[in-house]
Ligand binder design. Structure first.
Ligand SMILES: [Zn+2]
Length: 127
């Protein structure tokens, strides 16, 4: 399958990223995961789509230049990052499979974040 370059736009300065990383706060992810679990327990598996919408907000993945990330005080201890240089369509699949074993991933917006980057416009319009 031919790989195509994904264009990452910096969440800080809005410019195209050549060297940077994808970043998410593990602290937020774990917190949201905790809230989600509690939500599900409270609602006793009667969670509807409406209920999900109202659920805790997912921790947001962001793409950042190295220098723009550094402006925020650099990497925090409780953050997970992926070097954009390592990101291809194939490696995204690997990262996703690799991280899906960690419960914190579902506390983030990883699926919609990646979907918006790799889904052809024609396909995403239908979904
Ligand atoms: Zn930037």
């Amino acid at each position: 399958m031919p790989d195509h370059n994904i264009e990452w736009i910096c969440a800080e300065c809005g410019k195209l990223i050549e060297r940077g990383y994808l970043l998410v706060s593990l602290e937020d992810a774990l917190h949201n995961q905790f809230l989600k679990n509690r939500c599900e327990t409270d609602h006793n598996s009667s969670t509807t789509f409406r209920g999900l919408e109202k659920g805790p907000r997912s921790a947001n993945w962001r793409a950042l230049h190295h220098c723009c990330g550094a402006k925020e005080g650099g990497m925090q201890v409780l953050e997970f990052s992926i070097n954009i240089a390592d990101v291809t369509c194939q490696s995204l699949l690997f990262f996703t499979l690799n991280m899906s074993g960690d419960t914190w991933l579902s506390g983030t917006d990883w699926v919609s974040f990646i979907k918006s980057k790799v889904m052809p416009e024609s396909l995403s319009a239908e979904i």
